[in-house]
Structures are given as C-alpha cells and as structure tokens.
Design a protein around this ligand. Structure first.
Ligand code: NDP
Length: 280
C-alpha cells in the first residue's frame, strides 16, 4: 500500500456502476486515492464505504459544466492534485440513423463526446503545469469498428478517439500520457441503461438484428469489468504504456477482422487511389 505522499489521486466520472466503480476499487487496492463522481452522488454511498477511507465522492454530470468545475475544485480541495483522470461516464442510444432524432443524436454526443471533452479540458491545465498525469478515455471497440444501430454511439466514440489521439501527441512533451481504452462487451449496467429509439420495419434485418442481439447479450456479456479495471491499471503502470488498449477477446478478434478488411480494400482500390497525381 502506497503512503499518502506516494499515492496517486484519481478523478473518475460515472462511478455509480460498472467500470467506474471497479476502477475506483482497483485504484484503492493499489494504494491510491479516488474522487469518485456520479450525477446522482447518493449512488456512491456503498462504494465510499468500501473505500477504506480512500474514496471521496462528488456530484458530476458530464453534461453540466458547472458540476464539472465544482467536482474538479472539490478534488483539489480534498487531495491537492489530480494524477489520473478517467473519462468513464457513458450511455448508449440504439437505433438506425433514420430512426433516431437529431435530439437523440445530440444527447449521445453530449454525454460521450462533449462531456468527456469538457472534463478533459478542465483537468489538462493542471496536469500540464504539474508536468505529469494520465488521462484515460473510455472509448470502445465501437470507437474503431461499426455495427448497424450504433451510429449515434459510434459518432460519439469515433470523435472521442480522434480528439484523444491528438491530445496524446500534444501532451506527450509535457509528461502527460493519454490511454484510450476499447472494451468489447462487458457485464455492467451498460446494456440495461440503453435508450432504444423509435423503430422502423425497414431496418428489421439490420438495426433490428443488432437490437435483438443486445437483448440476448444483456447479463450474458463475455467480459468481467473487475478484470477490465485490473488491465487498465496494468497499462497505466507499464514502463511502455500503449496509446490504445483493447479489452476482451471479442475486441481483439473484432478489430483484427476489421483491419484486415480495411487493408484488403486499400489494396483492391490502390491503383485508382494512386491515379490522381498531377501530370507534370
Ligand atoms: P454502466 O452503465 O454500468 O456505467 C455508465 C456510467 O456512466 C454510470 O455510472 C452512469 O451513471 C454514468 N453516466 C451516464 N450519463 C452520465 C452523465 N451525463 N454524467 C455523468 N455520468 C453519467 O456502463 P459501463 O461501466 O459499461 O460504461 C463505462 C464506459 O465503458 C462507457 O463510456 C461505455 O461507453 C464504455 N464501454 C462499455 C462497454 C460494455 O460492454 N459495458 C463496451 C465498450 C465501452 P447513472 O447511474 O447516473 O446513469
């Protein structure tokens, strides 16, 4: 167990369940201290009790800028610094592009992309000035590969991936590292909490098939968030941490298959792609 002077301070969003909760407990088990946050802080009482005095709690709704400012301030008042930020809060809007409304699309982007971006921007200056820090962005296999009915979610996670990869290159000279985590299917409340849009019969075999699959998958997801949290800690603590960390065999297999298909298409169309040079 690290002493308080050696221990790191974590700020984690979305700790009412799932990865957020397990990451808080894994950080405490490693001897660190945590500001666990949730939009309804009353959901964090049991987690704080399990925290051996090393978990404090605060309200943080990633769609509410004032609550982000207040939670960052409270973390600094309580612990004096932030060493690890985890942008974990997330939700799922499930429906085909024609099925979801612009309001549903914007709501998905507000939580998964703009929320994470705003929390990141609140913490980056602190880490840059202290010359150290880790920013963990909970993306998804769905941040690099797509499935019907996940268009809103993919838009948000792909945006988060581009933002985070850029951020990593900007912060590296300042001693701050970014880790993009890409889980496959994990047994959390994620599927239970999803928002399903209106459904059109025309998408029964595409978006509809995904919808039925997510129902079958609920509470039968193949991966364990406790092991996922341990893997994230291992990556953060590595001497050579990755920029991206896939979690789960389904994520590894899915990404390999996707990249093979991408490269095959590049090859198939290569001569056309290369045919555009100016003729001098
Ligand atoms: P959970 O549903 O168990 O946890 C999601 C958390 O996000 C909850 O604490 C929820 O809080 C919180 N949240 C939702 N909206 C907001 C908001 N506006 N402000 C603050 N917190 C909010 O799912 P997971 O633990 O699985 O999800 C964690 C992350 O992992 C997400 O970013 C998700 O996209 C990602 N992920 C999960 C996968 C999986 O299979 N489980 C796969 C790939 C990625 P509340 O209780 O208030 O709703």
């Amino acid at each position: 167990m690290r002493s308080n002077t050696q221990s790191r301070v974590w700020l984690i969003t979305g700790c009412s369940s799932g990865f957020g909760r397990e990451l808080a407990l894994a950080a405490v088990a490693a001897g660190d201290r945590v500001m666990a946050t949730a939009r309804r802080p009353e959901t964090l009482t049991a987690l704080a009790e399990q925290g051996q005095g090393r978990i404090s709690t605060a309200a943080l709704d990633v769609t509410d800028p004032a609550s982000i400012t207040a939670a960052v301030k409270e973390t600094l008042t309580t612990y004096g610094r932030i060493d690890v930020l985890v942008n974990n809060a997330g939700s799922l809007v499930l429906g085909a592009v024609e099925e979801f409304t612009m309001a549903e699309l914007r709501q998905q982007l507000e939580v998964v992309f703009f929320g994470a971006a705003e929390v990141t921007k609140a913490v980056v200056p602190l880490m840059r000035e202290q010359g150290s820090g880790r920013i963990v962005q909970m993306s998804s296999l769905g941040g690099r590969k797509t499935y019907p009915a996940f268009g809103a979610y993919h838009a948000a996670k792909w945006a988060l991936e581009g933002f985070s990869e850029t951020l990593a290159s900007e912060l590296a000279p300042h001693g701050v590292r970014v880790l993009i985590v890409e889980p496959g299917a994990f047994r959390t409340e994620f599927n239970n909490n999803k928002h399903v849009t209106a459904e059109l019969d025309a998408y029964r075999d595409t978006a509809g098939a995904t919808r039925r699959f997510t129902v079958e998958l609920t509470d039968a997801e193949p991966n364990d968030p406790v092991k996922g949290a341990a893997a994230i800690l291992a990556a953060i603590d590595s001497d050579r941490p990755p920029l991206r960390l896939l979690l789960g065999s389904d994520a590894v297999d899915g990404l390999r298959e996707h990249h093979a298909a991408l490269l095959a298409e590049v090859s198939e169309w290569e001569s056309v792609s290369r045919s555009t040079a100016m003729t001098e």
